[in-house]
Design a protein around this ligand. Structure first.
Ligand SMILES: *Cc1c(COP(=O)(O)O)cnc(C)c1O
Length: 410
């Protein structure tokens, strides 16, 4: 467990945390939406444009080789970070959303096939599959959850069959923070010959990740929720499966030979990386991974677990609070994300009062409208912690919520 001194040292690496908002110190607890960036990431950005900037792969000159080297170095870094077998299994994309769209538009789905998702999904892991199903005449099936937000595996076993071509499931719900039993789902899906895509947007830097142990076919996430830049993420896919997919976008970089009669495609990973990639984003992401590895994923996980337990304990004391997905759960199976409502107050009103106090939370449907419908609410307030948050900030949040209730219930 980190001392408060260590946390203060970590906080010092995040210049934005020194900001005040409406004359109050910023309390940033919207980390499930995006995390703040440490100095080494900010500096890497400047360093890239000051010393590396050049296009990759096509150039033979010094800078182009340097940029290419760094991009491929980060690809290997990510390979090691998630324990993939080959670095060519790491495809750079704009992020989680684009990675899911890539798979949705490239896998072979035909009329009568079935795709399974769950009630817990983010819109990015719903809408692309709806579009594919509509286009191809396939059927989308939904794994139900119970009132605590727990996936109903018995129902999943009833839904899956030889017709199932793909199961797309979130590793951790961005609303409830519950870690789903993805390994069970992957194994069961493989028994029926279905491919599995895991939406890991909330996972990297919070849980250690081994895609080979999971034996997942696809795994996707973004850099910006793990202290890295926006606009960059990956699709991990098993080599054989990626090889069997048709290209996603077409253009430069993804080809071997082009003539007007016939074009042949590059090998992995370039087959899926048409056009100039987000070179800056990739290289800067490398510094974010260094940051995470220096602190250690396990240390981040155990500190955030303490924050979570403290927050649940404190929030539970508020009269009229409804915490979602927090019923008698083993908090070791949760990330530090808590969504709630307070009496009959509108989540936007609560969010506005907190904002005036300098507290940044997420409010609304949280990109998961089906889940909001399940709980019969229009929206929720979500707080989500990061390595730089403190117990004191949780106390301040509690005060803020009490103020909001008092002010709004008048
Ligand atoms: C944030 C998030 C996404 C979308 O990620 P982008 O970076 O916006 O593409 C998808 N799924 C989950 C679970 C998320 O938390």
């Amino acid at each position: 467990m980190f001392s408060q001194k260590t946390i203060q040292e970590i906080r010092n690496q995040f210049p934005i945390l020194k900001k005040t908002v409406y004359s109050n110190p910023l309390v940033y607890i919207d980390n499930a939406a995006t995390t703040q960036k440490p100095l080494q990431v900010i500096h890497a950005c400047e360093n890239y444009y000051s010393t590396i900037n050049s296009n990759v792969h096509r150039g033979l000159h010094f800078l182009s080789q340097k940029a290419t080297f760094h991009v491929e170095d980060v690809r290997k870094k990510i390979q090691n970070f998630i324990h993939a077998k080959h670095s060519s299994e790491i495809i750079f994309t704009k992020g989680t959303t684009e990675s899911i769209n890539l798979v949705a538009s490239s896998i072979k789905i035909k009329k009568g096939d079935e795709i399974i998702i769950s009630y817990l999904e983010h819109h990015s892991n719903i809408v692309p599959w709806q579009i594919v199903c509509k286009k191809k005449g396939a059927l989308l099936k939904i794994i139900p959850i119970d009132q605590d937000g727990v996936l109903q595996l018995k129902d999943f076993e009833l839904l899956i069959s030889e017709k199932t071509k793909l199961v797309a499931i979130t590793h951790v719900s961005n609303v409830l923070g519950i870690v789903n039993p993805v390994k069970n789902i992957i194994d069961k899906s493989h028994e029926y010959g279905a491919l599995v895509l895991i939406d890991g947007a909330q996972v990297p830097s919070n849980l250690s990740l081994n895609v080979q142990d999971l034996n997942t076919d696809f795994y996707v996430f973004s850099a910006h929720k793990m202290y890295g830049p926006t606009g960059i993420g990956i699709l991990y896919g098993k080599e054989k499966i990626l090889d069997s997919l048709s290209p996603y976008q077409a253009g430069g970089e993804m080809i071997k030979n082009v003539s007007f009669e016939k074009t042949t495609y590059s090998d992995l990973p370039f087959k899926f990386e048409a056009g100039t990639p987000n070179i800056e984003g990739i290289i800067v992401w490398g510094s974010a991974i260094d940051f995470v590895e220096k602190i250690g994923v396990e240390n981040i996980q155990s500190y955030k677990e303490k924050l979570l337990m403290y927050a649940i304990q404190r929030l539970s004391t508020i009269d009229g609070i409804q915490l979602y997905g927090c019923g008698g759960r083993d908090y070791k199976n949760r990330l530090s994300i808590i969504s709630f409502n307070l009496s009959k107050l509108h989540c936007f009103d609560i969010g506005s009062v907190l904002d005036r106090l300098g507290i940044a939370v997420r409010t609304g449907h949280l990109c998961a409208q089906p889940l909001m419908n399940f709980f019969n609410v229009a929206g929720m307030v979500r707080v989500s912690f990061s390595i730089y948050n403190t117990f004191k900030e949780i106390d301040y949040l509690l005060e803020g919520l009490l103020k909001a209730r008092k002010f709004l219930l008048k």
